[in-house]
Design a protein around this ligand. Structure first.
Ligand code: NAD
Length: 349
């Protein structure tokens, strides 16, 4: 069975390194690294992530300034707060907790950042640098950075690997694909919803599957089944099995990263024996947090896995703090004065 990578332990090691570096910065430059956080509205998941970051900042010795805005604020309000935090000389990095309310353009908010304080790396300048080979500076989005560090800590070799990334969001899948390429993967394949839209619609929407069952039940030749819910589940299962392309692609992966936001999408038959499977997904199901990978099933096939919870999540928070400390170091000490915390041997900032 698979060896599980312990994200909590790896994050604790990282925090300890960052705490040492943060203390050094305080000693030499006379102030702690500073993080500014903007939280819009009161989504419980966003509040939880902000709280987690705040607790981690305390551990590491980063001072944090949180600005909260109501759900019905305007994009101008968010941009003004971002501008104020970016202009604060005691703050080395600023982040806006995503997602924003639907009528506020995340893109325009990101564009209003000072790129030198954009520690999430979502400003087009930082995204652009990350997508270019041989970039010299720039911030790397935290989930991608945290994932790479977790794989490195777990001894997973990326050089020469066939990597498949399921999901292509700007925040997770796309940065991960670029960094896997830079880490020496032989190939990186990105799969995303639009590749298979019709099939996904059927397979992934229990509501659609239920509608199909209901339609079938009205047809004269179909005898009434046991319970409609159970049959809807069957249809969904069948549709998933018939996703012709996706399992065929995921089975080619030496390293499979799943960042979709659909509970237990990836099952054992989708995974090459011995592969490393990284589960980025965070889904709440019946009060429990589960990933995008069917953990129990896949553990019987994979060589290495990241658990949910306790895998990529804690590493993402540590990576955010890493970016703040790196920014403070560059800003206050110049890039060379402190032994650098380099997650991947100089590959990343
Ligand atoms: P998103 O909704 O922005 O993007 C989802 C991506 O999945 C899209 O690219 C979409 O095309 C693709 N997709 C949807 N269904 C698919 C399918 N069946 N097959 C292939 N691709 C499919 O989500 P996101 O922000 O990238 O987050 C993804 C998941 O990761 C969520 O569960 C989120 O909560 C989680 N997440 C975890 C962390 C962490 O620290 N662990 C950080 C960020 C996000």
């Amino acid at each position: 069975t698979a060896r599980f990578l312990d994200g909590r332990a790896a994050a604790a090691d990282w925090h300890a390194e960052l705490a040492r570096e943060s203390a050094h910065i305080l000693k030499v430059a006379g102030r702690r690294p500073g993080l500014g956080v903007v939280l819009v509205g009161d989504r419980p998941d966003s509040k939880l992530y902000v709280t987690r970051k705040r607790e981690a900042c305390e551990k590491v010795g980063i001072s944090e300034r949180l600005v909260q805005l109501p759900d019905d604020c305007s994009i101008g309000d968010v941009q003004r707060v971002v501008g104020e935090l970016c202009a604060d000389p005691g703050i080395d990095g600023v982040l806006v907790q995503l997602p924003l309310p639907p009528d506020i353009s995340e893109e325009r908010v990101m564009e209003s950042f000072d790129p030198s304080k954009d520690i999430d790396g979502f400003h087009p300048l930082n995204m652009g640098r990350m997508l270019m080979r041989g970039r010299s500076t720039g911030f790397v989005p935290a989930t991608a950075l945290g994932t790479l560090r977790l794989l490195a800590a777990g001894g997973v070799e990326l050089r020469g690997a066939s990597v498949v990334v399921v999901g292509d969001s700007n925040t997770v899948g796309t940065p991960l694909a670029a960094l896997m390429r830079d880490a020496g993967a032989a190939s990186v394949t990105v799969v995303h919803r639009t590749s298979y839209s019709a099939l996904f619609a059927d397979a992934l929407s229990p509501r659609l599957a239920a509608a199909r069952v209901a339609a079938a039940a009205c047809a004269p030749r179909v005898p009434p089944g046991p319970s409609q819910a159970a049959r809807a589940a069957d249809v969904r299962e069948e549709a998933l099995e018939h996703l012709a392309g996706l399992p065929g692609i995921t089975r080619t992966a030496d390293v499979l990263v799943v960042a979709v936001g659909y509970p237990r999408l990836v099952r054992a038959s989708w995974v090459k024996p011995g592969a490393a499977v990284v589960d980025v997904g965070i889904n709440v199901e019946g009060g429990r947090v589960v990933g995008d990978v069917d953990e129990a099933g896949v553990a019987g096939v994979a060589g290495v896995m990241t658990p949910v919870p306790g895998g990529v999540g804690p590493m993402t928070i540590a990576a955010t703090l890493h970016n703040v400390v790196a920014s403070a170091r560059d800003r206050l000490l110049g890039p060379r004065e402190v032994p650098q915390v380099e997650p991947l041997g100089g590959l990343l900032r």
